[in-house]
Design a protein around this ligand. Structure first.
Ligand code: FMN
Length: 280
């Protein structure tokens, strides 16, 4: 059983209700890009990404065809025993953001996440009927590879997970034993359409189109039914944001603009959120 951080974050319900009302599904994710040349300063990078919900994605949120594929291919479904306020997105390890949070320069030398390389900020704008901006600052980590560093990352994620509220403590201790990390990553992969899964076998994103892919398996418009397709899974990653500071700017009432900051303070019991009301 993971340590039990206090119940849901105080901003969780507000955030989820804004997300639902505005029908927003994407946000802007920024990272810091370091140059291999120490004389050059780090620069910001930002892009649009699709929010895949809080980690771990529950199997019940999947489309029926994804559930069928998970069962038919012998992977099965993780029990819905955990929840968190960790923001998840899916991505391709060959894209810039993955190297940027790992702190590797163009030469691929890893700085191992030291010196703030994991720093990310996500910005959501919930417009329709909500008029609220959310900024999420914290650390970005990836899972889905079999790299040596994965165990440490899993532990960091695990420390911020909790058993679902209201769960029966007796039966849940049996259920949590059936929960597996690999199956969770595959659940995210399964949540994509076969065409989207195929994009993980595209030629290397961001390289010149005039260059032939170094791997002959990398082509556009492939469809992947096999959830363990080695070439696609080699590149597929789940990027998890461990939020440290969440800020809400509520513009819904122009005469009473509200800006609220919640800061996560880790402690022995897992951690707690401290709320501060700010001048807008
Ligand atoms: C609406 C929309 C949603 C997107 N969702 C994702 C996503 O979930 N994950 C992702 O890696 N890229 C996504 N992209 C593509 C990114 O914006 C970006 O082009 C790509 O990730 C490469 O960026 P990078 O090299 O800076 O990492 C999305 C783009 C748009 C316009």
């Amino acid at each position: 059983m993971p340590p039990q951080p206090p119940a849901a974050a105080p901003w969780r319900a507000l955030f989820l209700s804004g997300l639902e009302k505005s029908s927003a599904s994407s946000f802007t994710l920024s990272t810091i890009a370091h140059s291999n040349n120490p004389a050059k300063p780090p620069v910001p990078r930002a892009r649009t990404v699709e929010f895949r919900g809080f980690f771990p994605k529950p199997a019940s949120s999947l489309h029926q065809s994804a559930l069928d594929a998970l069962k038919a291919q012998g992977i099965g479904l993780n029990p819905e025993v955990y929840e968190s306020e960790l923001f998840a997105i899916t991505t391709d390890r060959r894209m810039g953001k993955v190297g940027q949070i790992a702190g590797s320069g163009a030469s691929g030398d890893s700085r191992g996440g030291e010196g703030g390389e994991e720093a990310v900020e996500g910005v959501f704008w919930f417009e329709e009927g909500v008029m609220t901006q959310w900024r999420v600052r914290g650390k970005g980590v990836t899972i889905g590879g079999d790299g040596a560093g994965e165990e440490g990352v899993r532990q960091r994620i695990f420390r911020r997970m909790r058993v679902v509220e209201g769960a029966n403590r007796e039966s849940i201790s049996e259920e949590v034993k059936k929960w597996e990390w690999e199956r969770q990553v595959t659940t995210y992969f399964a949540s994509h359409t076969p065409a989207m899964r195929g994009s993980y076998k595209n030629p290397t994103p961001g390289t010149p189109r005039s260059q032939n892919p170094s791997n002959p398996q990398w082509k556009l418009n492939q469809k992947v039914e096999d959830l363990q397709d080695p070439a696609a899974r080699e590149n597929f990653r789940v990027l998890v944001i461990l939020p440290e500071e969440v800020e809400r700017l509520d513009l819904s009432n122009p005469e009473d603009v509200r800006r609220t900051r919640w800061t996560f303070v880790e402690d022995e019991s897992g951690g707690k959120w401290e709320e501060t009301e700010l001048w807008p």
